[in-house]
Design a protein around this ligand. Structure first.
Ligand code: ACO
Ligand code: KIV
Length: 522
């Protein structure tokens, strides 16, 4: 693996990269992600605990609610600098100054568009007028706070020499950070890197300011462009948790930070982010907004450390580095998952059985793998419970099986009808009544099998997710004063209950001793 730094990056590194999180501003301003003040405050604390350097808390002049949220965050949250956004417009800047009054480390972030398209069609301003606004906005912000960030909106579509003029004016007016947004996600990595190199070489006083990148994901390049900007000399990245933001979103904080960490040999750059907190921050945001990340989302998606295919599982069991480039614990997951399913192979099934404590010979293992795979005709994943049931003879050993069941209600009484196959594979059809469906079912099974026990507890839980959701029934009983348990799962909770009941009947039938061999140490 080539993990060495490109020579020109080596010249400007090692570097600390400042993480500027804009989940509560750019993220929050996009459809579906609006948060109320309480939610913003809660999330700001999470960002601070995560180690974010600067939290952009909102746009105070946009609404009283946003003003109040920024003001509370500025008063309460410590450990991160708090930024607020303003157009180059006196009312916006005054609102920022007022909302940030109690911040320990306030930052006013003011911006104006610089590209020809935006100047002409959006602002209706000449180049000179744009520069006048920059000087007015930055100088006014500097009257209130030391730390002023200036952004040239649509910088990546702005004439390079004009962008230098704009940034020169901002630096002269007192800006400490120059942000170079790829506002519409148009840039490419090579362009972004070259743009930062050009600006660092041409802006007057470049050595006294921090260059920042703010990339959007319209072409899916936000993280790649941000990393390229770092290679070009950016020392601040603007990003959001889960990559939320206008349109296709912003660069995802978790992806950027982990790219810098996993490929530290290449970037030679560090952040203050406590990476084991990434997953919980992502999940909190999903809970607040009600929007889940997709399963295959890098770092925080449900599949990020899950492996289903046999070849990958076999590799993972030999050495996890074969298919994982970071440890799940580094970003907050407990463990990688080897999900047993239709694509799994012998190595993974055998390993899971060993972990469950079972030792099977080759023929038994072959039979069990075939049975387990046949389950995937009706469900996606094979659970530990499925394996336990299969191994403990539900499918292999002689026993009672349920073929069909139905229930008929008569007012307060219910009649259950069961069609079973007995241990000799003969059909047994029986029916009995009880006070309700479960009582009727259990009475029918007792009469049909001739097995009697004292029921101590009966519980039904849901297991699996989405299309795999099933009911799991657990019975605890006493037979001749000895405790025994039975389990059953099915999409139908009554069928799960009948399977659990027959699980106990079959253990009685096999004298409770015909259990599979159990490994000495699980
Ligand atoms: C790329 C970004 O993410 S930019 C940030 C986007 N975030 C937001 O827009 C926050 C929410 N916005 C709002 O609440 C409102 O748009 C407000 C309060 C900011 C302004 O509302 P309004 O006064 O009704 O103006 P409206 O939104 O219709 O138009 C924006 C105005 O700001 C002007 N403007 C836009 N950007 C800037 C800027 N950076 N500096 C100065 N003026 C600007 C526009 O030219 C337009 O001016 P006009 O009203 O004279 O034509
Ligand atoms: C205000 C700026 C930084 C912005 O959000 C953008 O250009 O996308």
């Amino acid at each position: 693996m080539n993990d060495s730094s490109p020579s020109d990056v080596a010249a400007i590194t090692p570097a600390n990269i400042r993480i500027f999180d804009t989940t509560l501003r750019d993220g929050e301003q996009s459809p579906g992600f609006t948060m109320n003040a309480e939610q913003k405050i809660l999330f700001a604390h999470t960002l601070s605990d995560l180690g974010v350097d600067i939290i952009e808390a909102g746009f105070p002049n946009s609404s009283p609610a946003d003003f109040n949220a920024v003001r509370t965050i500025a008063r309460e949250v410590r450990g991160s600098s708090i930024a607020a956004l303003a157009r180059c417009h006196p009312a916006d800047i005054e609102a920022c100054a007022s909302a940030l009054q109690q911040a320990a480390s306030p930052c006013i972030h003011t911006f104006i568009s610089t590209s020809p398209l935006h100047r002409q069609h959006k602002l209706g301003m000449s180049r000179e007028q744009v520069i006048e606004h920059v000087i007015m906005g930055v100088s006014l912000a500097r009257k209130h706070v030391d730390n002023v960030e200036f952004s040239a909106e649509d910088a990546s579509r702005t004439e390079r020499e004009f962008l230098v003029e704009v940034f020169n004016a901002a630096v002269e007016a007192g800006a400490r950070t120059l942000n170079v947004p790829d506002t519409v996600g148009y840039g490419t990595p090579e362009e972004m890197r070259a743009l930062f190199e050009y600006l660092r070489a041409n802006v007057k006083g470049a050595e006294n300011v921090v260059f920042s990148t703010h990339c959007h994901n319209d072409l899916g390049l936000a993280v790649a462009n941000s990393l390229a900007a770092i290679e070009g000399g950016a020392r601040q990245v603007e990003c959001t948790i889960n990559g939320i933001g206008e349109r296709a979103g912003n660069a995802a904080l978790e992806e950027l930070v982990m790219a810098l960490k996993v490929r530290s040999g290449w970037y030679n750059a560090t952040t203050r982010i406590q990476t084991p907190r990434l997953l919980s921050a992502s999940r909190l945001l999903s809970r607040i907004t009600g929007i889940q990340v997709q399963r295959n989302k890098a770092i925080v998606g449900a599949n990020a450390f899950a492996h289903e295919s046999g070849i990958h599982q076999h590799g993972m069991l030999k050495n996890r580095d074969t298919y994982e480039i970071m440890h799940p614990q580094d970003v907050g997951w407990e463990e990688s998952q080897l999900v047993l399913g239709r694509h799994s192979g012998r190595a993974a099934v055998a390993d899971r059985l060993r972990k469950l404590g079972y030792v099977l010979d080759d023929a038994e293992l072959d039979r069990l793998i075939a049975e387990a795979k046949s389950l995937t005709q009706t469900q996606h994943a094979i659970s530990d419970r499925d394996l336990q049931r299969l191994v403990e003879g539900e499918q292999f050993g002689p026993g009672w099986r349920i073929s069909a069941l139905s229930l008929t209600d008569y007012g307060k009484r219910t009649r259950a009808h069961v069609d079973l196959s007995d241990p000799d594979n003969r059909h047994v059809i029986h029916s009995a009544e009880g006070d309700g469906p479960v009582a009727a079912l259990f009475a029918t099974l007792a009469q049909a099998t001739g097995v009697e026990f004292v029921l101590e507890s009966y519980e039904v839980h849901s297991m699996g997710v989405g299309a795999d959701a099933r009911g799991e029934a657990n019975l605890s009983v006493r037979i001749d004063d000895e405790p025994m348990v039975g389990q059953g799962t099915s999409r139908d909770v009554l069928e799960a209950s009948a399977i659990a009941w027959l699980d106990i009947a079959n253990r009685v039938l096999r004298g409770r001793t015909a259990m599979p061999r159990v490994a000495a140490s699980a």
